[in-house]
Design a protein. Structure first.
Length: 334
């Protein structure tokens, strides 16, 4: 009898009632259409309806010889808790954690496995693009030596474009903060642990910003304050990489946090204004010269020039953020 080669990758699908069913169907369809079925699947239902479960289970994953498992949380425990739980329970060395904001390109599994089969023994984290690459690529992949090599070539997605080595997370004791959404804090915990970090220079998935998020949006803001404080503390990782990490905080405050607030709360609720006031006070307290950050200079950063200009010239008005959203500069391409 032929021995079956151990699989390398588990795709972990996080689902709850906040996700539109049509986006869930798109994600499942993209899994069914893979050019390679050499992967495992783990579905995590974080509070759920039977309709959602039925929609997932009616697909023929077992017929494609994909090992498929299901975890059910009757109460909504959040994506951070689900992430930590998943990486303690997958059977493969690597896991990709995503939700219905993602659809996979047909060659996602094939491309990832091809890379991991060659370099699996020295990969802690593997990145790829979830938007069109806005510049010409000369190498199929690169090794990331410092965080600016990651963020200066694309939007900071942190989870939706990252594959993690389960053993690396376990031995370095890296986990997300349960019941909170602190992705930037998690990203820095990974970066400071000196990972063997690579990026595939391909768009392997598509990211869509969803409304009706399931987490406390103000977590995205609150996580930045202790990070700013560590920037000002000598001999910390954050202090040694002060300019880079200040840039990441600016991106999270002025982009991820504010745009998510504007997408989820109407103008009349006054939460938009409160959010802008919180952000303005924070950056004026911790990063008085933030507009001079070198990573906001297009000469150093290959991100959209209009996007960099939006952050560098930020004005604390709802109209300014609304116009930036309407302009499309947050969609990940030039």
């Amino acid at each position: 009898m032929k021995s079956t080669k151990a699989r390398l990758l588990t795709i972990i699908i996080y689902l709850n009632l906040s996700f539109p069913i049509d986006k869930v169907k798109e994600l499942i369809s993209s899994i069914n259409n893979q050019t390679s079925y050499d992967f495992n699947l783990l579905f995590i239902f974080d509070g759920y309806s039977q309709n959602l479960v039925d929609e997932v289970k009616k697909n023929n994953f077992p017929n494609k010889h994909i090992r498929t498992n299901y975890i059910f949380f009757f109460d909504e425990l959040g994506s951070a808790y689900a992430f930590n739980h998943a990486f303690q329970n997958i059977f493969t060395p690597f896991g990709y954690f995503c939700d219905a904001a993602i659809t996979l390109k047909e060659n996602f599994v094939e491309c990832v496995n091809k890379f991991l089969q060659k370099r699996k023994d020295n990969v802690s984290m593997l990145n790829f693009f979830v938007e069109k690459i806005p510049y010409s690529v000369t190498k199929p992949y690169v090794k990331i030596q410092t965080i600016h090599e990651d963020f200066s070539s694309g939007f900071v997605r942190i989870l939706s474009n990252c594959i993690f080595n389960k053993h690396f997370l376990k031995t370095k004791k890296i986990f997300q903060t349960n019941f909170h959404s602190y992705p930037l804090q998690f990203y820095l915990d990974v970066a400071k642990s000196q990972p063997e970090w690579f990026k595939i220079n391909q768009q392997l998935a598509k990211y869509t910003r969803l409304k009706n998020v399931w987490y406390n949006i103000f977590d995205l803001y609150e996580q930045c304050i202790p990070i700013f404080e560590r920037i000002q503390t000598k001999n910390t990782f954050e202090n040694k990489h002060a300019m880079e990490i200040e840039y990441l905080c600016l991106v999270y405050l002025l982009h991820h946090f504010l745009v998510t607030i504007f997408k989820n709360y109407p103008k009349k609720s006054n939460i938009q204004k409160r959010a802008i006031d919180f952000v303005t006070q924070t950056i004026n307290t911790y990063a008085q010269d933030w507009s001079k950050n070198i990573w906001l200079n297009p000469k150093n950063n290959r991100n959209n020039k209009k996007y960099l200009s939006y952050i560098r010239k930020f004005k604390p008005f709802r109209f300014y953020v609304s116009q930036a959203i309407k302009s499309g500069i947050f969609n990940g391409s030039k």
